[in-house]
Design a protein around this ligand. Sequence first.
Ligand SMILES: NC(=O)c1ccc[n+]([C@@H]2O[C@H](COP(=O)([O-])OP(=O)(O)OC[C@H]3O[C@@H](n4cnc5c(N)ncnc54)[C@H](O)[C@@H]3O)[C@@H](O)[C@H]2O)c1
Ligand SMILES: *[C@@H]1O[C@H](CO)[C@@H](O)[C@H](O)[C@H]1NC(C)=O
Ligand SMILES: *[C@@H]1O[C@H](CO)[C@@H](O)[C@H](O)[C@H]1NC(C)=O
Ligand SMILES: *[C@@H]1O[C@H](CO)[C@@H](O)[C@H](O)[C@H]1NC(C)=O
Ligand SMILES: *[C@@H]1O[C@H](CO)[C@@H](O)[C@H](O)[C@H]1NC(C)=O
Length: 727
Amino acid sequence: MGSNTEGQTVMEVGSDGVAVITIINPPVNSISYDVLNSLIENLKQALHRDDVKALVFTGEKGKFSGGFDINAFRRLQSGRKAEYSRPGYASVEILTDTLEAAHKPSVAAIDGLALGGGLEIALACHARLSTPTAWLGLPELKLGLVPAFGGTQRLPRLVGLTKALEMMLASKQVKGEEAFTLGLVDAIVSPSELVKTARQWALDIAECRRPRVASLYKTDKLEPLGKAKEILKISREQARKQAPNLKHLLVCIDVIEEGIVSGPRAGLWKEVDVFQGVLHSETSKSLIHIFYAEHGTSKVTGVTDIGLVPRRVKKVAILGGGLMGSGIATALILSNYPVILKEVNEKFLQAGIGRVRANLQSQVKKGKMTQENFDKTISLLRGVLDYENFRDVDMVIEAVIENLSLKQQIFVELEKYCPPHCILATNTSTIDLNLIGERTKSQHRIVGAHFFSPAHIMPLLEIVHTKHTSPQVILDLLDVGKKIKKTPVVVGNCTGFAVNRMFFPYSQSAHLLVERGANLYQIDNAITKFGMPMGPFRLSDLVGFGTSLAGRAQFSQSYPERTYISMLMSLLQEDGRAGESTRKGYYLYDDKRKAKPDPEIQKYIEKARNISGASIDPKLEKLQEKDIVEMIFFPVVNEACRVLAEGIAYKAADLDVASVKGMGFPSYRGGLIFWADSLGSKYIHSKLEEWSSKIHGEFFKPCAYLAERAAKGAPLSSPVEQAKARL
Ligand SMILES: NC(=O)c1ccc[n+]([C@@H]2O[C@H](COP(=O)([O-])OP(=O)(O)OC[C@H]3O[C@@H](n4cnc5c(N)ncnc54)[C@H](O)[C@@H]3O)[C@@H](O)[C@H]2O)c1
Ligand SMILES: *[C@@H]1O[C@H](CO)[C@@H](O)[C@H](O)[C@H]1NC(C)=O
Ligand SMILES: *[C@@H]1O[C@H](CO)[C@@H](O)[C@H](O)[C@H]1NC(C)=O
Ligand SMILES: *[C@@H]1O[C@H](CO)[C@@H](O)[C@H](O)[C@H]1NC(C)=O
Ligand SMILES: *[C@@H]1O[C@H](CO)[C@@H](O)[C@H](O)[C@H]1NC(C)=O
């Protein structure tokens, strides 16, 4: 392999006359341009050589191919020249006119993964064999793209329209066994027999002992035209309803339809035609950015680049079986970690274990877990009342109530009982980590593990380091975080850490606007349309006013000058309206917990307005959706800038991931900072300045970092000079 190439294929021709072409590009055998060129070269040779009767395609190290190289997509998006100037070269000329139309048959031997472009190559072969454990799918839409190697045409012809739509629009992957049932693969073979069987299969086709099927022209699985059109219509309606901001879903449906109405070749050309458009869309750029940003959160300067290896964590102890503790225990045992759960008395202990059981039971009810698996999983959990069992744990996660002297006492005990290598993690969000460890000599192994509630469901884990936390401890926690399928983000200490800190202005600006005349429900509506799971008022209802007000008090203490205190929430609370749990908050909730606007709210708003002395601003009474989105989110962006400038976050992309995974910011907008940069620092700065002078001086005032970026016309994401993540 040349030193500058990204992967290749190798061809080996056996005495049986079968050419086996193997894709080699670790770790997932992705299809880079080098792989594709090499594959085309070997394909042409195999078709040319007299000693080759048939072909087998496979991938090295038990993986067929994870798909087209996402990095290559990214290079194309950033404007670098396409490697192929003729659209459709690879898809139509090579896969269709050369491979599928060849007189020599080809068979794909699939193990591990056959995703995206990888599966599309397999679809152009005359048969596919798979191991039972392989995963097959066309997940291109997850990256804002559509399949462009013929997948939109061949998949429906192999598995039928309904299933193909599900596999593409919802990026649903299927396992080998299911692929066989669907007709996507022709046989299931064990990994050790795979290539051997594929060779024979290819020869069998060559010698007419088995049928030679060109997927592109199959029709038996396709629904009749009228039925097909009906299915596509329903699918379009669903896409418009469920993902109104995602245009590429509709583009994909159009391409599929073209093939069904005008024939598969027309469909192939349309696929090629639309690809440039989707590739250069903001949606795809954003989703590909987030894909890389997510992989990037576990690469931390000074931690993962200094030659350390994560130590194996074999057993974990959790202190406190409350909501958090039981959620964390659930997440750990679900990933096979033996866990001991400590409580203060038998009653609390049983309650804690009961919560874990209930968490698992709900998985069983949803059919996501078998009873057998339930029994196995729960057996990993042991309840205890003392520290005797802590002598061989590798990590403790403390999740007791927020009380400094209690936590200090606990850490002194932990130091006594736990082995010296044991990581001491706390879930605190409010108490200074340095103070917690003050009475110990274990500062280097104390670290914050901030889960979001419910901990077994929410995907984000903030790993909070102090200036004493050792890189090894951070590395170990990153490793555990990934093993329990969380997205870990390493941050420094400040009130709210990264996520809650960035988002504290989210609800505050909403309240400020409402007090000055904006419509409360319109705000939630605009924010939901933008792509958040819910607007700020609906969110306050869900979280509960008690928790919301406590959070606000904390922020107003840390950042008093820019905290906007509206009386609205307190007024509601005084009337026994504390959010969804009381069935009344900003909305009214029925038996099914469905939210309904309440006209009574106006009365409370007026009262709050009277107290704050705010007057109605006629401009705010008729805000456009775009204005609402900007007035709610630019203060959030402003706070994120402070988080970056203070070195709380290591890099802007970490905040993108944190906003997506922690708050549900739409991934197809690339995360908070990526989205902000798409609008430009200058624009955001000028808007904040304007509102600062016209609406509220301190609340909207742009911070120094934002002002500096705007003055230079620089993106917010460019690396922070002297970034020093610190306490
Ligand atoms: N999504 C599912 O329904 C599902 C279910 C069970 C198991 N799995 C397993 O999860 C794994 C990946 O699935 P996923 O798509 O959900 O994960 P993911 O969202 O992390 O996507 C990773 C994808 O990127 C691809 N890729 C292509 N080029 C790449 C490059 N240059 N660098 C890095 N990655 C590149 C990978 O092959 C893979 O398809 C597989 O091992 C699969 O077997 C998935
Ligand atoms: C905090 O914990 C200490 C020590 O356990 C206890 O004495 C004190 O009452 C607790 N404080 C509160 C407010 O619960
Ligand atoms: C830590 O756990 C306790 C007990 O469940 C909970 O009250 C508290 O909110 C948790 N804190 C964080 C930051 O998760
Ligand atoms: C950590 O953050 C909290 C909240 O801002 C603060 O009270 C504490 O002083 C910080 N610790 C240090 C050492 O700066
Ligand atoms: C608000 O103040 C105005 C004028 O002082 C008064 O007329 C009105 O009744 C007050 N509204 C509420 C809800 O308190």
